[in-house]
Design a protein around this ligand. Structure first.
Ligand code: SI3
Length: 288
């Protein structure tokens, strides 16, 4: 369960339908070219919150079928509809996904007891392990050290995908829960998280920059911070250019540049303009 995990994208056609051939190519690209340790399926990067339950299930099936046991697979099953979350947790456990993850419930201002009940309810229904997906900037849900500790009292909750720039809290978590798995969620901050001894990282840009991400992680683990900093600088030149051009559509266009049939993003995300498409290809040439 440790190492570099790509937050997998899904290839959609112009009508928003799954492009199975493209999705399979994206899976293979991550395994064979980016050489990542695992895939995080149907997360934010997978446009999970824009698609139907049926499409989520189909994506889980295709990814498992293509990846087999080549890499570790984590299924993001979180949903505001707890019945859907439980259904997806059962579905992916039956498919033999190695672990589940669920975004903290968002939109309504749930109190912590409600959040805890959400995780415990999902896990009471399956024989699997859970990684909490914490991303306060998008969900508005921040948890403190003690609250993470309360979630971790459930032994099936084995870790957290920590997508926040709060390195004070990350250090406290590492110190307080040495046996739980901590994953860095912001690719541009991978080095800072790695020196705090996280167990791995889950990121969108690893779809195109997985090899550098591994270098940063492994160099930091070996104490070679100076060299790791140089690779993080190259990485951040790439990430800054991607963010400036539009995160998910630009990663897809870069994948197309690399010969992967990555499709387009689902509405309401808008397609890249011709100028931005050209810029994405320039980014690929300059920074990959
Ligand atoms: O669920 C997921 O797809 C992720 O793992 C998200 C991951 O934390 C990414 N966050 C978002 C909101 O996309 C990062 O990889 C992020 O794209 C990257 O660091 C650029 O800011």
């Amino acid at each position: 369960m440790k190492g570099i995990f790509t937050a997998l994208m899904c290839s959609f056609d112009e009508e928003g339908k799954i492009n199975e051939k493209g999705l399979r190519e994206m899976v293979r690209n991550n395994i064979d070219v980016q050489k990542v340790d695992g895939l995080y399926v149907n997360g934010s990067t997978g446009e999970n919150f824009l698609i139907s339950t049926e499409d989520k299930k189909r994506i889980f099936e295709i990814v498992k079928d293509e990846a087999g046991d080549d890499v570790t697979l984590i299924a993001q099953v979180g949903s505001l509809n707890i019945d859907e979350a439980v259904d997806l947790a059962k579905f992916t456990t039956d498919l033999k996904y190695d672990a589940l993850s669920a975004v903290t419930p968002f939109y309504y201002k749930f109190d912590f007891d409600e959040i805890k009940d959400y995780y415990n309810t999902i896990m009471a229904n399956v024989d699997n392990q859970m990684i909490v997906y914490s991303i306060p900037a998008l969900t508005g849900v921040s948890m403190n050290l003690e609250q993470f500790g309360e979630l971790f009292e459930n032994e099936k909750i084995i870790g957290v995908k920590f997508t926040a720039p709060d390195f004070f809290l990350l250090e406290r978590l590492r110190h307080a829960y040495p046996d739980k798995l901590l994953y860095s969620g912001f690719d541009e901050m991978l080095l800072s998280a790695s020196v705090l001894n996280v167990d791995g990282a889950i990121g969108s840009t690893f779809n195109v920059n997985g090899v550098r991400a591994r270098k940063i992680f492994e160099l930091a683990q070996a104490g070679a911070v100076e060299e790791a900093r140089a690779v993080q600088k190259e990485t951040n030149d790439l990430i800054a250019a991607i963010l400036d051009n539009g995160l998910y559509p630009t990663i897809k266009e870069i994948l197309k540049h690399e010969g992967v049939d990555a499709g387009v993003c689902r509405k309401p995300m808008k397609p890249l303009t011709e100028a931005k498409k050209a810029r994405a290809h320039d980014i690929a040439k300059k920074y990959l």
